[in-house]
Design a protein around this ligand. Sequence first.
Ligand SMILES: *[C@@H]1O[C@H](CO)[C@@H](O)[C@H](O)[C@H]1NC(C)=O
Ligand SMILES: *[C@@H]1O[C@H](CO)[C@@H](O)[C@H](O)[C@H]1NC(C)=O
Ligand SMILES: *[C@@H]1O[C@H](CO)[C@@H](O)[C@H](O)[C@H]1NC(C)=O
Ligand SMILES: *[C@@H]1O[C@H](CO)[C@@H](O)[C@H](O)[C@H]1NC(C)=O
Ligand SMILES: *[C@@H]1O[C@H](CO)[C@@H](O)[C@H](O)[C@H]1NC(C)=O
Ligand SMILES: *[C@@H]1O[C@H](CO)[C@@H](O)[C@H](O)[C@H]1NC(C)=O
Ligand SMILES: *[C@@H]1O[C@H](CO)[C@@H](O)[C@H](O)[C@H]1NC(C)=O
Ligand SMILES: *[C@@H]1O[C@H](CO)[C@@H](O)[C@H](O)[C@H]1NC(C)=O
Length: 448
Amino acid sequence: MRDTQNLKEWSEHTMCHVRKSHLFGAICLITCFILSLNFYCPRMGLDGMSMASSSPPVCGGRVPHDTITPLKGQRTFIISAYKDNRRKNIIRILGIVHHKEVKELYCYFCCNSNTNASTTRAEIDIHKDRFGFPYGLANIICTEPPDCRAEFISVHWSPSEVVHNLTSFRIRNREPGQFTANFTVCISTMYGNYSNVLQFIQTIEMYKILGAQKVMVYLNNCSRQMEEVLQYYTEEGTVEVIPWHIQRYLKVTKNWQYRNDDTEIGYYGQISALNDCLYRNMYSSKFVVLNDQDEIILPFKHRTWDTMMESLQRENPNVGIFLFENHIFPNTLVSDGNFTNTSSWNRVPGSNLLQYIHREPAHPIFIKARKMIVDPRAVIQTSVHYTPKQYKNSKNIPLGTALVHHCKGPKQPQLPRAALIEDKTIWRYNGSLISNVNRMLKRFTRKT
Ligand SMILES: *[C@@H]1O[C@H](CO)[C@@H](O)[C@H](O)[C@H]1NC(C)=O
Ligand SMILES: *[C@@H]1O[C@H](CO)[C@@H](O)[C@H](O)[C@H]1NC(C)=O
Ligand SMILES: *[C@@H]1O[C@H](CO)[C@@H](O)[C@H](O)[C@H]1NC(C)=O
Ligand SMILES: *[C@@H]1O[C@H](CO)[C@@H](O)[C@H](O)[C@H]1NC(C)=O
Ligand SMILES: *[C@@H]1O[C@H](CO)[C@@H](O)[C@H](O)[C@H]1NC(C)=O
Ligand SMILES: *[C@@H]1O[C@H](CO)[C@@H](O)[C@H](O)[C@H]1NC(C)=O
Ligand SMILES: *[C@@H]1O[C@H](CO)[C@@H](O)[C@H](O)[C@H]1NC(C)=O
Ligand SMILES: *[C@@H]1O[C@H](CO)[C@@H](O)[C@H](O)[C@H]1NC(C)=O
């Protein structure tokens, strides 16, 4: 699925290269006319060079070419801008800022005809979970001027810049539209040559069986084969990859907490990615599932997320944030399920989820690392294990209903085997999981 922003960037890119020729110029204008049904056309001429002399002067400047855009010398990085009229008519820009040094920012709205910019001072609301790092997620909030219907917005620390010189961000969520998914899974930052291919394929197939239509992956780094798997699922329409090269701009760490070193942001900017995912899917997904790539929220009482959430919502009409206990299935204790038709899996690197059916008993700390299914429209800001700002209540869902199946290295390695709890819930899905993974592998191998 090609995002409209990408399409726009693609078309601008193409236009830049063909602009000089008259023949192509004509094609340009036709294309431009077609595109203008969706996008603002005169912006195709960049840097003030309008394509047709009759075009009005452009307002904002170049569009970003990456998910993260540094504002030069300003210790501010912009991710994206979202309209948010749930309570007030505001534009919420998600950015990463230095918490001490960024005190003043201004929004430049390209209003109506895009010929004139209107400037307002932004409120900077830094996310409370910065974990000691100097940089954190900021909600840069601007009130849209009355009678202004901006498609693009720019940000700068000074209110008197020439707007053509600033990067323009398209304001998303302008038209709420309809749900295209019941469940969208947000996987925060895949990094460090991630190569657990088999577990990832099984996990995506499980999400689909449970009811997901879409999985968003904020991709920092993964192995070659994993890239091909992501490509396969992108073409299938299940996965959307958001490039997340945060280390181009900031010194990142794998730790979640600051350790007095020279790093600038924790865990590859996980909180920023999760909030961006939440807002991207605010109006297109009924629910958003916030977890990592090695986690699956597994229902006990129901077979799918649809029926589980229907029942949870009916019982808890004021709840918009559902929190599920995290339980570790250590990948060191292998059990044989003796399943047939899984021989093709031996060629695929990574763990086989069907072999991990023992979980560690609840640990007072790790169990609280809850993961969430949220109604995104009920959330203002999210963290990893809870939401710090929201419009509806949160509720801890008891283990009897579901758990977060978290397959990874042991958290309590000292425990004897007998202390682990046998839990074969994932085997309930063996039939559809095995045939879906096999079908995927067959098509995938044919392609690569
Ligand atoms: C541009 O906007 C400003 C403030 O919104 C207004 O004072 C000015 O007259 C406008 N200029 C044009 C050419 O519309
Ligand atoms: C805007 O950009 C132009 C050319 O790119 C430059 O000459 C000018 O100084 C810039 N203006 C400001 C206020 O930065
Ligand atoms: C969402 O779920 C409903 C009922 O469970 C189903 O009819 C509908 O097709 C689903 N929507 C999407 C986009 O898959
Ligand atoms: C991951 O990092 C390696 C080593 O730096 C690099 O060669 C590779 O291209 C990166 N892959 C992606 C998907 O960014
Ligand atoms: C990434 O992982 C793959 C598979 O485990 C391995 O073959 C490759 O050498 C790794 N690449 C880097 C740059 O570490
Ligand atoms: C595995 O299953 C086959 C039949 O599908 C059976 O003959 C065999 O005894 C089973 N092995 C174990 C260890 O359960
Ligand atoms: C194994 O797969 C074959 C074809 O893919 C199918 O006919 C057979 O029923 C499967 N066996 C089991 C036990 O699922
Ligand atoms: C596999 O799933 C079927 C239902 O789809 C179930 O009857 C069977 O018991 C499961 N197998 C195991 C080993 O759990």
